[in-house]
Design a protein around this ligand. Sequence first.
Ligand code: AHR
Length: 519
Amino acid sequence: MKQKEFIKKISLFLILPAALLLSSTVLAQHEARIVINADLGEQQISRHIYGHFSEHLGECIYGGYWVGEDSDIPNTRGIRNDVVDALKATNIPNLRWPGGCFADEYHWMDGIGPREERPTMINTHWGGVTEDNSFGTHEFLDLCEQLDAEPIIVGNVGSGTVEELSKWVEYVNFDGVSPMANLRREHGREDPWGVVYWGIGNENWGCGGHMTPEHYAILYRNYATYARNYGDTRLRKIAGGANVNDYNWTEVMMRTIPHWLMWGLSLHHYTTDWYNKGPATGFPEYRYFDIINRCYDIEHVIRRHMTVMDRYDPQKNVALVVDEWGTWYDVEPGTNPGFLFQQNTLRDAFVAGISLNYFNEMSERVRMANIAQTVNVLQALIHTEDEKMVLTPTYHIFEMYKGHHDATLLPLHLETGYYEFEGESVPALSASASKKDGRILLSVVNVDPRQDSELMVDLRGQDVSDFSARILTADELDAHNTYDNPDEVVPQEFNSGRLSNNELRVTIPAKSVVVFEIN
Ligand code: AHR
């Protein structure tokens, strides 16, 4: 009897906590549901949403791409091969250059001709370093050809002239006999490059001249007029746009600039707390939550700009070009504050995943975006140090999402739980779906650091029978790749979930990005 009672007690002692643990595990999962209408897609997601921005800033151009022809680092005409190969593996669609703030103090003629004869200048915005102009127009366009990416050249409005920009276009694009085309030939390039995308200044409300929107809009009309079409190259000109939530800037541009003169209007949105940026690694959870919360805000900001644009351009002829976006933290201790070098973690991968999901969703108007900045600066895809190179978690998102390029956006309905932190909450899941060649790509981000999401995907409008998936996750939110440990955060095969009767049931693990290919 005594023994029986003992067993009863001990079982309660063991079973009760186990049951409680089990129920709390069950409670610790979100329930989520996605409905995808695979037969209702109309809108194409431009591959240019997956674009890049690289400025003469810190070690982005120098060291990041350009090492010079005499370097021991394997290179093609001075451009490092490892970086080119890595970016090609993401199908990089475009590259914006030379700035950023640098663009409005760059004089392109300083960057052509024999390198040893090129004048120097001070890069006043970024560390006050001497720019030797060894990477100029020819080198940039060679880089784009090696990458098989479309160049986007940003002209100098802040401290340049209409004539200077006009001549740059002629130098780059004119095929006949002319002073600038002849000069290009003298410098070794017979054929014009045919560059289509031209930014007319950068942040002209700030580093690009501290102009009022009214003043810039008039200047834009002037500069854009003399940036001519040559031959078959029809220019797509991009007006310098608003900073984050400056909707008045967008309003004045849309009202003042003839729409046929403006292919796109830009917008810059950095995910940061400008007054207290915080470290890129070793951050407490409140900082993690804050960054994710700010990242989600990009949707509202873009939608409000789109509302203004819709008023003047209901046909959506003018593209919204988010030509600078990404995270911005304190620089790494001991590095030049003007070089904006920051580590890149799983948190950054989530910012990339959520932002790209939104850009897809709003691709009817958002037809180009450029992450800042591809190599060694801000939310970089690649870090280099001398001959070493490492791919960041953000790189892996761009690689995992490349199936969305030029695919058809699928209407998606998402019901998700919430990641709650100290009385505030954000959606735990972000998702986007597209279709190309009959296969559906579904990208899902779960930002909740603790709770998995029990997801049911209801696939309608197409019979599917098969899927594969990859996951990007890690134990810590600030997990990152280093030269010594480059595979801390890399995509893995994700062999989980069950697909039957056009329903996919799968657990999306806490703090992860999962990309499905469904056939
Ligand atoms: O990307 C860094 C800087 O951020 C760019 O030069 C400028 O356009 C923006 O303010």
